[in-house]
Design a protein around this ligand. Structure first.
Ligand code: PHE
Length: 351
């Protein structure tokens, strides 16, 4: 190859190179173009290899043109690459575009379970009177659930019929508490008198489930122990509770009944908070039974470590599910446990 030929090749390659680069649409096509015009096998490289065979003048002249062509092609390749990167970035941004004018997705707030609502109200009414909240385990033994509460050994409530036993070979005799009263004993054991506590909790009985009976249900227990507490304190406390819970006109009626852990014992009725005491479908005769109560039996005080000569007290136990049923007109207690969201949503914002 002579110098004239070399210069002609360089001009041709400059034009061909620009053309290839401009037409390249992908990073791969650019690389192919680069190899085709500046690679080892490209005509450009042949020109470079022949420079050594030219005289000094020609070598310098052709060499200068060769450098200039390389510089121009490299710049064109670089510019095309930058152009492509910018286009790719714009594409990615476009793909990520967020429409800030779209309306937001509304979160559906949960709501409290009706039993939770009632339980909190009961607890709040008593904490405002100065009571503290206590809790105890749902798995108990015979002593806490029965014996310490003065149940005779042959009392029918201990039979398999009522009690659900827990089968743990290492701890024979465990059971699911059938009421919140065992926490009376636990609280007395843990604290010195005077004592004013409410104890919300879940209870279990071996019960045929129907519209008015659940095998898993809730109680709020109350326990007040002090010097000089009398039955009239119990009645006054229950009246104050009933009025705070169901309305200022509430009447409370106590009928004698038997619970082994109280003496005397009473079942407590409040005037119907639907009809006000005239008699309706909810109450029948104008009264609704909502709790059991009584003066704490001396044997129970002793089991809790308190001196029955010095202290007296009263206790009561309220069926939370039943109060929720009556208050909200729920026809079947099982609805409280079906977990049907449409039922539960009806209590959003309820009081
Ligand atoms: N523990 C009793 C029950 O479950 C209720 C009760 C509590 C009665 C406290 C009197 C005093 O039926």
């Amino acid at each position: 190859m002579d110098p004239q030929e070399a210069l002609a090749i360089l001009e041709r390659e400059r034009a061909r190179g620009f053309d290839l680069v401009v037409r390249a649409e992908t990073p791969e096509a650019i690389r192919d173009a680069e190899i085709a015009v500046l690679g080892r096998k490209a005509p450009y490289s042949e020109v470079q290899r022949s420079l050594g065979s030219f005289g000094e003048e020609d070598r310098k002249a052709v060499g200068r043109v060769a450098n200039e062509v390389r510089g121009a092609l490299e710049a064109a390749i670089e510019a095309r690459r930058a152009e492509m990167a910018a286009a790719e970035e714009a594409r990615l941004l476009e793909a990520d575009r967020v429409d800030v004018t779209l309306p937001g997705r509304r979160l559906r707030p949960g709501s409290l379970h009706p039993v939770t609502i009632v339980e909190r109200q009961v607890v709040e009414i008593f904490t405002r009177m100065g009571y503290r909240v206590a809790e105890g385990p749902e798995i108990e033994d015979d002593w806490y659930n029965y014996a310490s509460l003065n149940f005779p050994p042959d009392h029918p409530a201990r039979s398999m019929h009522d009690t659900l036993y827990v089968d743990v070979p290492a701890h024979p005799g465990l059971l699911l508490r059938t009421h919140t009263s065992p926490v009376q004993i636990r609280t007395m054991q843990a604290q010195e008198p005077p004592l004013y506590v409410v104890i919300p909790g879940r209870c279990y009985r071996h019960e045929e489930v129907d519209p008015t009976h659940l095998a898993v249900f809730h109680q709020v227990e109350g326990l007040a122990i002090d010097e000089g507490l009398s039955f009239s304190d119990l009645k006054g406390t229950l009246e104050a509770f009933a009025r705070a819970m169901f309305g200022p006109g509430q009447q409370v009626r106590l009928n004698p009944t038997y619970f082994p852990f109280v003496e005397p014992g009473a079942e407590v009725e409040v005037s119907c908070f639907k009809c006000g005491g005239e008699g309706c479908r909810v109450c029948g005769n104008g009264w609704i039974e909502i709790l059991g109560a009584g003066m704490v039996h001396p044997v129970v005080l002793e089991a809790g470590g308190y001196d029955p000569e010095r202290y007296t007290g009263f206790a009561f136990g309220l069926g939370t599910d039943r109060v929720a049923m009556l208050r909200y007109g729920i026809p079947d207690l099982r609805m409280l446990q079906d977990g049907d969201v449409r039922f539960l949503e009806a209590f959003a914002g309820a009081i």
